[in-house]
Write a protein that binds this ligand. Structure first.
Ligand code: PXP
Length: 262
């Protein structure tokens, strides 16, 4: 395994870890739009701006209840922005048909419950082997890379290998929401072990859920992790860091109008 600092003849040699990618989940841009039923803010425009800022991919979750991302957003995401799309979805016939028609770069299969605020746990791949294998095979037949959102648990990783998934996305929610440092360290150790185990199985490792500006670094140091998918914290920060421009522009507009006879 590579380390980022190796000692040689007393000289510290800086050795880079493999490159890590950032996928941006723009669901919450759509949440804001749906709260008012307006056409703005547009998640496709958010994806374009994320790309200009250095994002490596875009994640969108098309939920059965369409609470944020809508079907028309999918077409825009495929046609009007350049980043590869990772479509998160439940393993249902409706979602599979949509994915096979759109052909995003990746599909991430997640468990989905109507009443949940966000995806609460990982997929139970062990008890859904046949249904998941069938979906993975259909997606792969069209060249769509398939990811399973799982808890950092070796049984789930073995099952992911069994159904021929290309990628596992490790659920970092337990780490992010740990009630104290000890629990967080234990959760981190599970993610570290699971990452190493998945890589040995030959499966790409991604991770995400609940990561923010104060907890992301320990996860980003895990060398096997290829991509972090992050949404809520980035969209939340963008709302506040964009406040200055948004207020100044509106103020200029109304003061300018008051001083300009119609
Ligand atoms: N990855 C998966 C599979 C998810 O379901 C979500 C939440 O939609 C994320 C990543 C992003 O999580 P968060 O919004 O907490 O950063």
């Amino acid at each position: 395994m590579q380390t980022n600092q190796q000692q040689g003849d007393g000289i510290k040699v800086q050795q880079q870890l493999p490159i890590i990618e950032l996928g941006i989940n723009v669901d919450h841009v759509a949440t804001l739009r749906q709260a008012r039923g307006t056409t703005y803010p547009d998640p496709v425009l958010a994806a374009q701006l994320a790309g200009e800022a250095g994002a490596d991919g875009i994640t969108i979750h098309l939920r059965e209840d369409r609470r944020h991302i809508q079907d028309h957003d999918l077409n825009g995401m495929m046609d009007e922005q350049d980043l590869p799309v990772n479509l998160e979805m439940g393993n249902t016939a409706e979602m599979l048909a949509i994915a096979l028609m759109l052909k995003p770069a990746e599909v991430c299969l997640v468990p989905e419950k109507r009443e949940e605020l966000t995806t609460e746990g990982g997929l139970d791949v062990v008890s859904e082997l046949d249904a998941l294998r069938q979906t993975v095979i259909e997606l792969k037949s069209l060249g769509i890379r398939t990811s399973l959102f799982v808890d950092p648990d070796e049984r789930q990783l073995d099952a992911a290998k069994n159904v021929c998934a290309d990628i596992v996305e490790l659920h970092t929610g337990a780490y992010a929401n740990a009630e104290n440092q000890k629990v967080q360290e234990e959760s981190l150790a599970r993610i570290v072990e699971a990452s190493s185990y998945a890589e040995k199985l030959g499966i790409q490792v991604n991770a995400g859920h609940g990561l923010h500006y104060r907890n992301v670094e320990a996860i980003a140091r895990i060398p096997e992790i290829v991509c972090l998918n992050i949404g809520h914290s980035i969209i939340s920060r963008a709302v506040l860091t964009g406040m200055d421009e948004a207020v100044r522009t509106m103020k200029l507009l109304i003061v300018g109008a008051r001083n300009t006879p119609s």
